[in-house]
Design a protein around this ligand. Structure first.
Ligand code: ATP
Ligand code: MG
Length: 430
């Protein structure tokens, strides 16, 4: 078969001395994504990746999987021919005859040192050949350099020319698992799934935490929604861990002990505190949420500042400046949109305030928290967590329940009675 897949990377170009590290991670990700599919001879050719599908029928599946590999800018299925004008011209004519456009352009990139023509000369020669061929068949096709209906692309690499008329956009960003770990607060709604995607695309490896309560009869539980979302998100980073935390017992105690208007903010701080503990166990460097500034009352700048105050962990809000329409567009693209459309309840609406505070501040929240046993609430949530691991292998996501060792140690530490301060600390205070 003369078909090859060309995988172009983009941002890795910006990397200086670390470029080889990123490229090796990219290769590993491509191999892992294609596990079980008949592709061979993956290699670098003049600063792009090229591989050979062994079975034409598997090409759509390969493209589908490659679209989820971060670090790839675009992917093209090309015909490979010797880098000779006659062979190129024949394939270009065939490709354009199949496309049958009204307007077209030829774009050439020459990455071989020993090729005789420059890119403009090659574009002209192939353009003329295509034009003559299609016109001879009765077409009224014209060349249009700006915004042509079809572009015939030619890449001349060492000893070969690769030609194609279509390419699919890649996921962009940086290869998976090149940037340290983060913990995402995943609600099952549109926003936090998209926030997760954006941080994964920057190379972060994510663990997920979801807080759920018992749903009312009319709406479903959020747990299957979030688990489904993990099945969609995991192929991008290959493995994921999900912590499921029953939140209703915690909510009840907040409702009993705090002013109604501050409830949501106190929930958010409790969620962040629990996620921070999980981040410690997961060796993660920060938390991610789907907050978008001023989308709802809890997301005013005042309230976000009050929520974060004193928590001492970096909070990433990759959707802070996005409109809902942008978020929904990305959710559709990732494949989480339909999942979030299911009616579900994450945290019990009975415990939501009628009139939430819009401009809170750290002092007000600190006062409200002083009436609650915050550490006990955090432990109450954490000790009832269920943990599930998801793994993407050979095109399918498998999952299983786990009891992570470091999490067990965290729980043991939190349950242990507080140790008296060491004498040196006491005397230092005196
Ligand atoms: P989303 O669409 O992600 O639910 P939202 O716009 O509905 O976001 P909120 O419900 O106020 O906003 O939540 C803000 C953020 O807090 C969420 O994006 C998510 O990161 C986190 N969060 C909220 N509820 C939960 C939950 N039940 N479990 C985990 N994280 C949550
Ligand atoms: Mg929500």
């Amino acid at each position: 078969m003369d078909r090859v897949l060309i995988l172009h990377y983009h941002e890795i170009w910006l990397k200086g001395g670390n470029k080889n590290y990123f490229l090796s991670r990219l290769i590993a990700a491509v191999k892992r994504a294609l596990e079980g599919l008949p592709a061979s001879n993956l290699r670098f050719v003049s600063d792009r990746l090229v591989l050979e599908p062994q079975d034409e029928a598997a090409i759509p599946a390969m493209l589908e999987r490659l679209k989820r590999v971060f670090g790839l800018a675009y992917i093209a299925l090309a015909r490979a021919v010797p880098a000779e004008l006659e062979a190129m011209s024949r394939v270009a004519r065939e490709l354009m005859e199949a496309a049958n456009p009204q307007t077209f352009a030829v774009r050439a990139k020459i990455a071989a040192h020993d090729f005789d023509l420059n890119s403009m000369q090659l574009e002209r020669a192939l353009g003329q050949a295509i034009l003559d061929h299609l016109r001879a068949q009765g077409s009224k096709v014209r060349v249009r350099l700006n915004g042509p209906q079809v572009t015939c692309r030619v890449e001349v690499v060492a000893g070969q020319a690769l030609l194609y008329t279509e390419r699919v956009e890649g996921a962009g960003g940086l290869p998976a698992v090149t940037g340290g770990r983060l913990v995402v607060l995943l609600s099952g709604g549109f926003d936090s799934g998209v926030a997760a995607f954006k941080m994964m695309r920057r190379g972060a490896h994510l663990s997920f935490v979801h807080f759920f309560s018992n749903p009312s009869e009319s709406r479903g539980s959020s747990r299957p929604v979030v688990e489904e979302m993990l099945r969609v998100l995991t192929p991008y980073q290959f493995t994921s861990r999900l912590y499921l935390i029953p939140f209703e017992p915690v909510q009840r105690l907040v409702v009993a002990g705090a002013r109604e208007s501050l409830r949501v903010l106190l929930y958010r701080r409790l969620m962040a505190r629990m996620a921070r503990e999980i981040a410690g166990a997961e060796r993660a460097l920060g938390l991610v949420t789907g907050d978008s500034v001023s989308q709802v009352a809890s997301q005013t700048l005042h309230n976000l500042a009050a929520i974060d105050h004193g928590l001492g962990v970096p909070m990433y809000r990759p959707l802070a400046g996005d409109d809902k329409t942008e978020i929904v567009r990305l959710a559709r693209q990732i494949g989480t949109y339909q999942i979030s459309c299911e009616p579900f309840e994450d945290c019990c609406p009975r415990f939501m305030p009628r009139a939430p505070a819009i401009f809170s501040n750290p002092a007000e929240l600190a006062e409200a928290e002083s009436a609650l046993d915050i550490e006990a609430l955090v432990t109450l949530g954490l000790e009832n967590a269920l943990v599930r691991d998801f793994k993407f292998e050979a095109g399918a996501v498998s999952e299983r329940e786990v009891i992570p060792h470091r999490y067990q140690k965290l729980l043991a530490r939190r349950r242990a009675p507080a140790q008296p301060a060491p004498p040196s600390a006491v005397s230092a205070k005196l």
